[in-house]
Design a protein around this ligand. Structure first.
Ligand code: NDP
Length: 281
């Protein structure tokens, strides 16, 4: 029976470290959060972020802009935050109104204040093995894998899902550890090859958003399984992996909820402190 890789205890340890780093900074760090329009999903993220920030001694400055804010006005707003010396990190809350292109907008955030790690310069740093601000979900998955104690050198790692926030940065981070990385995606599934790749994974990371996509009996004995997926069913939230069957075969597995989720906001705060340190240089 697999051991559970739970995010909460890991997050608590990392938060203690963040608190020490916050205390060593010259000034209380400030996180600027931008919400465009009122949205229940974004509001719930904002609530958990502001609570986490408060507990760590970080100032959380929320700015809510009107629903009809244009891309140009948002870019102007970001530029002001970039030049505001009291602001250490900037996050744009999702979802954004349909008229605003997140990828375009996020490239205007100063790379030193890009606590979501999505600026091309920060992604480029990961490519060159010089990661500093890492996308939070990818960072959470790395923390969970590390907490299993597995040495990644030469291991067969299979990532299912190739999004910019999870699969792609993770592939680069894992390559840097000399893992043999396979990235599977919709094309892999359509070619009928998902099962054969998953079956040989010593480390499996799944970030798709489809309940039951990964059958429990595909899991290799002793594998480390990181399930990033969040799927809201009528009566519960589940990941992308059939948990009960997978747990019988895996060595370590993340529960959903309770695995990756509780770590991501902590990774955001860790990036904020990293940003504050970059600005002190
Ligand atoms: P995206 O929709 O951006 O990416 C999903 C990926 O899965 C894409 O690469 C897609 O390929 C691929 N895919 C879709 N269908 C299949 C299939 N049948 N077989 C193989 N690959 C497939 O999602 P995100 O990366 O943003 O999120 C993924 C999941 O992780 C979601 O459930 C999300 O809720 C969850 N999540 C959880 C977080 C947490 O804190 N726990 C944080 C962020 C996300 P293509 O695009 O080519 O179709």
């Amino acid at each position: 029976m697999a051991k559970l890789l739970e995010g909460k205890p890991l997050a608590e340890n990392i938060r203690e470290e963040i608190k020490k780093q916050v205390a060593s900074l010259q000034a209380k760090p400030v996180l600027a959060s931008i919400m465009v329009g009122e949205n229940a999903g974004a509001a719930s993220y904002v609530k958990s972020q502001s609570k986490a920030a408060e507990n760590l001694g970080i100032e959380y400055r929320l700015q809510t802009l009107a629903q009809d804010t244009t891309e140009e006005a948002l870019i102007d707003f970001i530029r002001k935050l970039n030049s505001d010396k009291s602001v250490n990190g900037i996050i744009i809350q999702m979802p954004l109104p349909a008229a605003i292109d997140y990828k375009k907008i996020s490239a205007y955030i100063s790379p030193e204040k890009d606590i979501e790690g999505m600026h091309p310069q920060n992604i480029g740093k990961i490519l060159f093995g010089k990661a500093r601000l890492i996308p939070c979900t990818a960072a959470s998955a790395m923390e969970l894998i590390n907490s299993s104690g597995m040495d990644l050198y030469g291991k067969e790692v299979v990532i299912v899902g190739h999004s910019e926030i999870v699969g792609k940065p993770l592939a680069l981070l894992l390559l840097d550890k000399f893992a043999t990385v396979t990235v599977a995606h919709i094309g892999t599934s359509k070619a009928g090859k998902l099962e054969e790749h998953v079956r040989r994974a010593e480390v499996l990371i799944v970030a798709v958003g489809k309940a039951g996509l990964i059958k429990g009996d595909w899991i290799k004995e002793g594998a480390v399984v990181i399930d990033v997926g969040i799927n809201r069913l009528a009566d519960k939230i589940v990941g992308d992996v059939e948990f009960e069957e997978a747990q019988k075969r895996a060595g370590f597995i993340t529960p959903v909820p309770g695995g990756v989720g509780p770590l991501t906001v902590t990774m955001l705060m860790r990036n904020l402190v990293e940003s504050a340190k970059l600005q002190q240089l």
